[in-house]
Design a protein. Structure first.
Length: 203
């Protein structure tokens, strides 16, 4: 780990301070492959986002405000490729956006997020990483992360409890440690088929 840290001395965990802008894509990424989530995110931004002001690349869009997310009809969620469960999670969070955006600490935001239906440990961690720059928020429940951490630190894949045990020496900076592990390039051997890309628009 120390060798990787020396290799990337300028690594920083950034933060935006904007909870809903982190929450919507995080929810869209729940339990699907990246291609599915990015497709839905792109469709929703093109349909409901506004063109970015000032000099900006063609096609750049401004992420909608919470009031817009609350008003998206279910058939547009369907057309984006996001099924009803994720749509409801985002719409529900949008009704509580003011309280979420006002959270003063990552601990308070974690409590508020996990009180909402459809938001668990993984989604809360992803939101706090992006919005608050929390260096200790571990994405427990991620499809790949535990296997990656286990392989990088022990040469063997592990599960979430095993990952947390391995990350204990990095308490306070566990997310930062997982980013460094990802940057190390160490990957367990790929076996078996990948998750297939589904299209809820065809259901």
């Amino acid at each position: 780990m120390a060798d990787v840290a020396r290799k990337f001395p300028g690594l920083r965990i950034g933060r935006t301070g904007r909870v809903m802008e982190a929450l919507v894509p995080a929810v869209l990424e729940q339990k699907v492959v990246g291609q599915e989530a990015w497709r839905a995110w792109r469709w929703l931004l093109n349909r409901y986002g506004e063109p970015a002001p000032g000099p900006a690349p063609d096609g750049m869009r401004v992420i909608p405000e919470a009031a817009v997310w609350r008003q998206i009809p279910i058939w547009h969620w369907h057309r984006s490729g996001a099924e009803a469960v994720r749509a409801r999670t985002i719409a529900t969070a949008a009704w509580h956006a003011a309280k979420l955006e006002a959270a003063a600490t990552t601990e308070e935001l974690d409590r508020l997020l996990r009180a909402l239906p459809g938001i668990g440990v993984w989604t809360s961690a992803e939101v706090r990483q992006r919005a608050f720059g929390d260096p200790d928020a571990v994405s427990v429940g991620d499809f790949h992360l535990a296997k990656l951490v286990g392989y990088a630190l022990t040469g063997e894949k592990t599960d979430d409890p095993g990952m947390l045990r391995l990350l204990e020496p990095y308490q306070g900076h566990r997310h930062r440690a997982t980013v460094l592990i990802w940057l190390s390039g160490l990957r367990p051997p790929a076996r078996g088929p990948r998750m297939s890309v589904r299209d809820y628009r065809a259901f």
